[in-house]
Write a protein that binds this ligand. Sequence first.
Ligand code: GTB
Length: 231
Amino acid sequence: MSPTITAFKSSPDRGRGLARDMRVRWALEEVGQPYDVRLVTFPQMKEPAHLALHPFGQLPTYEDGDLVLFESGSIVLHIAERRPGLLPGDANARARAIAWMFAALNTVEPPILDRQTAMFLERDKPWSEERLRLVDDRIRVRLGELSHRLGDAEWLDGAFSAGDLMMVHAIRRLGGSGLLEDYPNLCAYIARGEARPAYQRAFAAQLAVFTAASSGEPRSQQMQAERERPH
Ligand code: GTB
């Protein structure tokens, strides 16, 4: 039996692969694990059936037999541990790859999420501009550190790993913000991740869901959603 993951029936990112099911899809594609997808709406995520899978009423979730997981990091780690392709065999290299996963989630991603909050939920506040400037400064510090560490290397620690997968997905959300342009090696790093065949398959799969969901939308609704979408 293939595992089943959850994804948005109609993703607010309009198929740009920014929602967190994308990292799980990408990991599954990297290790060659077929999977099923159950699409959910925002209201469905808050219903008891989904809350039984995810205590915070979010996605993605992962179900495989008796196992139910939530949190994209834990799901990607589980996938990476079960099949070869995302974690090195050497114990120390494996530990370092996992450290990069944690770094992506706990050190690099938080200010990027703060930016999203500042952009979409706090724009009407009188302190919004100042807050955005502070958040952007924090992001620049992290990008500078990451850029320095990556240097001319292709990936963060030897071969491509689950650490790179999480990092690329976390920082690609800054596309269009103007913050990445000062770090050409990070732009190239993201492009390398996005060029991977497994990424391409995962991206196409989530885009197909969005395209199907929006094909019935009236044009006026599509334009409204376009104006409101997260950048
Ligand atoms: N820490 C959790 C994880 O990594 O799995 C975070 C999960 C999470 O926030 N999931 C979001 C969710 O379920 C979907 S991806 N939100 C509903 C809720 O909290 O009620 C979030 C997302 C959507 C769209 C964009 N975008 O457009 O850029 C980015 C991220």
